[in-house]
Design a protein around this ligand. Structure first.
Ligand SMILES: [Zn+2]
Ligand SMILES: [Zn+2]
Ligand SMILES: [Zn+2]
Length: 189
């Protein structure tokens, strides 16, 4: 089989997969769960029983965002436009072409193949040294407003609940260690 027909076969197989899906939907697979290396998945009920028996001592070690609806810690964070709540925002920089003084967001400067910026005002290719960079900001793709502080939106991977920081549950993550009493039990054996 020639390389080209082999390529075509691969392309066809791939297109068939897309056809089967109908619309290919993006999904970042993350599955976060609390674990304690050494004992595996966290059995916090059991650990807390041992704390109540005075055999273990627990301390707040960290805090993590968890879903207010289902308690999952598998949370995905997105930035949103503070004006219209759209998540279709793009990070950009305010840049100036020193030669002609034109200042605008980076997205307004078109890019040539070699990622060289082209000034929309004077049409010249811009040498990096002839570029003045001001602040970074986020520009909304829907209402075009600009902000340096986007809204924060969380999404739960387990139940798809979308929530804001003020609705989030900040779950404490505990460290556990043996107490003197716990230690004495081990030594007795
Ligand atoms: Zn959830
Ligand atoms: Zn220019
Ligand atoms: Zn917007």
């Amino acid at each position: 089989m020639s390389d080209l027909s082999k390529d075509m076969k691969n392309i066809k197989e791939f297109l068939n997969k897309v056809a089967d899906a109908g619309v290919l939907m993006p999904d970042i697979k993350v599955s976060l769960e609390l674990q304690y290396p050494g004992i595996g998945a966290a059995d916090t009920v059991k650990l807390d029983e041992l704390v109540n028996l005075g055999l273990l001592r627990k301390k707040v070690f960290d805090r993590t965002i968890s879903c207010p609806k289902c308690g999952s810690v598998s949370i995905f964070t997105r930035y949103a436009c503070p004006s219209c709540s759209s998540i279709n925002i793009e990070k950009s920089r305010l840049i100036q072409h020193v030669d002609c003084g034109y200042t605008d967001s980076e997205v307004k400067f078109s890019k040539k193949e070699s990622s060289v910026l082209v000034c929309p005002k004077c049409g010249k290719e811009i040498d990096e040294r002839r570029l003045r960079i001001y602040a970074s900001f986020f520009e909304c793709g829907v209402c075009h407003s600009r902000t340096s502080t986007p809204s924060i939106v969380h999404k739960c991977h387990k139940c798809d609940n979308i929530f804001k920081p003020d609705e989030a549950v900040l779950k404490p993550l505990y460290s556990y260690e043996l107490t003197v009493k716990g230690l004495s039990i081990i030594k007795r054996e």
